[in-house]
Design a protein around this ligand. Structure first.
Ligand code: PGA
Length: 261
């Protein structure tokens, strides 16, 4: 059930021509992972459909390239100007959704309650959530990073955790490593990956820690992907900046293929 994945979060950094350009270039450059590594791109909302169409044209890719949204509103429909529902996302080809990305938490002020509502809504609509968790620098310095992570996990899943058996991905993304060029080291990432799996075992999540996909995100590049992918138990990456350039994203995929060879 657990399959490695390479995910690219484009944030607000692409337009129609760069998105379709990326697709053309990436599908030429990317090494063949024979479907053993899922590739998921999270474009800005209006680019989900065009990117979906571009993927469908690349025959050998269409089965294992997924498309996701960077956020969703928890309601199915209603008077929420500017928001996008999971139902709408599914209708344009999205199968994944990022929930609780640090920019949603810290730039847009999303709290744990809203993140929980979005998790439940995504699962209810059979969108595959990628829950992002991670501490700020001051928490790491104070030695509170594990507590922060456990609290984010508890609150995102809530009391419903025991009923959840879906395909869950959790991305450990320390806030201080996102977009800074300073990635967490393998020695810092390893214990957090372990902590997430142990939390899943204890929480009663169906399938436990072994069933969930655990990713790392935060300044992953083609230079550090190999050493990070060697971390015990890691299932892949959520990549921001380096997912904007097809050759860099393809090089990260190559590092993953070599890493598990
Ligand atoms: P980054 O972003 O790779 O640019 O650090 C990661 C993310 O925000 O998911």
């Amino acid at each position: 059930m657990r399959k490695p994945a390479l995910m690219g979060n484009w944030k607000m950094n692409m337009d129609l021509s760069s998105a379709t350009g990326f697709a053309g270039e990436f599908f030429k450059l990317a090494p063949d992972s024979s479907g053993e590594i899922d590739i998921v791109i999270f474009p800005p909302f209006p680019l989900i459909r065009p990117f979906f169409e571009a993927v469908k044209q690349g025959a050998r890719w269409s089965d294992f390239v997924g498309i996701g949204a960077q956020d969703m509103h928890p309601a199915e429909r209603g008077a929420y100007t500017g928001a996008v529902s999971g139902l709408c996302l599914k209708s344009v080809g999205a199968t994944y959704v990022l929930i609780g990305h640090s920019e949603r938490r810290w730039v847009f002020g999303e709290d744990d309650e809203l993140i929980h509502a979005k998790m439940m809504a995504a699962l209810g609509m059979t969108l595959r959530p990628v829950l992002c968790v991670g501490e700020k620098l001051e928490s790491r310095k104070a030695g509170e990073h594990e507590d922060v992570l456990l609290s984010q996990l508890d609150k995102a899943f809530g009391d419903e955790v025991k009923n959840i058996s879906s395909d869950i991905s959790i991305a450990y993304e320390p806030v201080w490593a996102i977009g800074t060029g300073v990635n967490a080291t393998p020695a810092e990432v390893g214990p957090m990956i372990d902590l997430i799996r142990k939390w899943a075992d204890k929480s009663g999540l169906k399938g436990g820690g072994e069933s969930i996909r655990v990713l790392y995100g935060g300044s992953v590049t083609d230079d550090n992907a190999s050493e990070l992918y060697a971390v015990d138990g890691i299932d892949g990456f959520l990549v921001g900046g380096a997912s904007l350039e097809a050759f860099k994203f393809a090089a990260i995929l190559e590092a993953m293929i070599k890493g598990k060879a």
